[in-house]
Design a protein around this ligand. Sequence first.
Ligand SMILES: NC(=O)c1ccc[n+]([C@@H]2O[C@H](COP(=O)([O-])OP(=O)(O)OC[C@H]3O[C@@H](n4cnc5c(N)ncnc54)[C@H](O)[C@@H]3O)[C@@H](O)[C@H]2O)c1
Length: 488
Amino acid sequence: MDIKHYVNGQWIKEESMHCIPVSNPANGEVITNVPMASKELVHEAIQHAKHAQKEWAKVPAPKRADYLYAIGERLRDEKERLARILTMEMGKVIEEARGEVQEAIDMAFYMAGEGRRLFGQTTPSELPNKFAMSVRAPIGVVGLITPWNFPIAIATWKSFPAIVAGNTVVWKPSTETPLMAYELAKIIEEVELPDGVINIVFGGGSDVGSLLVEHPDVHVISFTGSTETGRKIAELGGKHLKKVSLEMGGKNAIIVMEDADLDLAVEGIIWSGFGTSGQRCTACSRVIVHEAIKEELADRLITAMESLKLGNGLDEGVQIGPVIHKSALHKIHSYIQLGLQEGATLLKGGRIADFESGHFYEPTLFTDVKPQSRLAQEEIFGPVISMIAVQNLEEAIEVNNSVKYGLSSSIFTQDVTKVFQAQRDLDTGIVYVNAGTTGAEIHLPFGGTKGTGNGHRDSGIQSLDVYTEWKSIYVDYSGTLQRAQIDN
Ligand SMILES: NC(=O)c1ccc[n+]([C@@H]2O[C@H](COP(=O)([O-])OP(=O)(O)OC[C@H]3O[C@@H](n4cnc5c(N)ncnc54)[C@H](O)[C@@H]3O)[C@@H](O)[C@H]2O)c1
């Protein structure tokens, strides 16, 4: 499949184009080549987006929303085909890939509905015969920079609210997973979204990504990726006084209290820890367990892990797919060595899985992990769970909150008092009760605190705050010049 950039409604293949191969992580087969955009093309895409935004902002929001309904319909028609491509390029198992495409569909319809709301506020004026209101105004050109682990959902969390609010978009997808972006571009073309409203340029982070962040005609940057990259973007964006929304890494924990339903807890831990091979920003990588049940929980987890099936995500019945590439495999393995050096006890896994091709890591469980060890503090982004024993809920919450990240947390307990105490004191942007750390719904705000985010949210109505400015409008119909801010 020959991938091209999509700029101003045109498919662009540059003469001097440099391409890099993209391979299926399940078997190493090259599935496409991704072109690296030149500086000139990125600049051109931004200029088209800037030009298109002036007209797009004048289109009534309910009409802008009609394009999202059409995109949603096309995504729904293509769901199975897209899910299969997603599994091929990213590796997640087909059920999860279907779930991800469904998220994009849901986001299209949800944000299309927003075209008939985009609520502002009216409020009384302090002066007679004067009307006061505030409305959401689009900001201009939005630059999107996205990761490989959710190649379509995250882009739709960002681009759909951006365009329904009257902005235009230049999107730089991850070079690991360009096919989903290419497929979305084809749908955008089919529904005849006006030229320049969504532009897609492929390329590396430090060149194409940085260009978007630096460019004076890009007014907002919406980024999802690692905390390390987010920090660089925040620094560069800050230098250019740019609005920057950052959704970054996580080190999420499940707390299991002594009164928990252990069958449920085991299911929650297995699914959130090993689903997507641990490559979710919300993946559970720590289990904070009450001392009294730590052995029983470990035994049950080991039993549940015995039956997990690794393999190509396209094969039905496979529960755990590959990790994205070889260097991820080696990074994960280096954390196993580190954990052992730090005194943790390896209960299961800890090995690169024995497959002829592809990048597979065995689901891994450690116990006796020290809360301050690097194994317990750093994002591994692989199928590795560390168990940490605690004496009570207060200690569990302290351990949960001791990491630099703050995305998702969860507690398994039957005690309503503990539930309310935990939801108040856990310092993450998302808290689950009697469910794992993954499984966010698109109509709730998604994001985290501390090293995970900078106060913005993807999804939910709250995401509109990233893509709009509040404009306050005063209409004086008194026929006289009424002077406000004067105390007679
Ligand atoms: N909080 C969330 O919502 C969320 C969701 C999914 C993934 N993530 C995080 O994403 C990470 C995994 O994704 P990844 O490996 O693709 O992350 P990454 O930070 O390596 O890359 C993310 C994107 O940033 C680009 N990039 C890299 N360097 C850049 C630079 N200097 N300037 C501009 N852009 C640059 C990349 O090309 C890519 O498109 C994990 O840390 C995970 O937790 C967070």
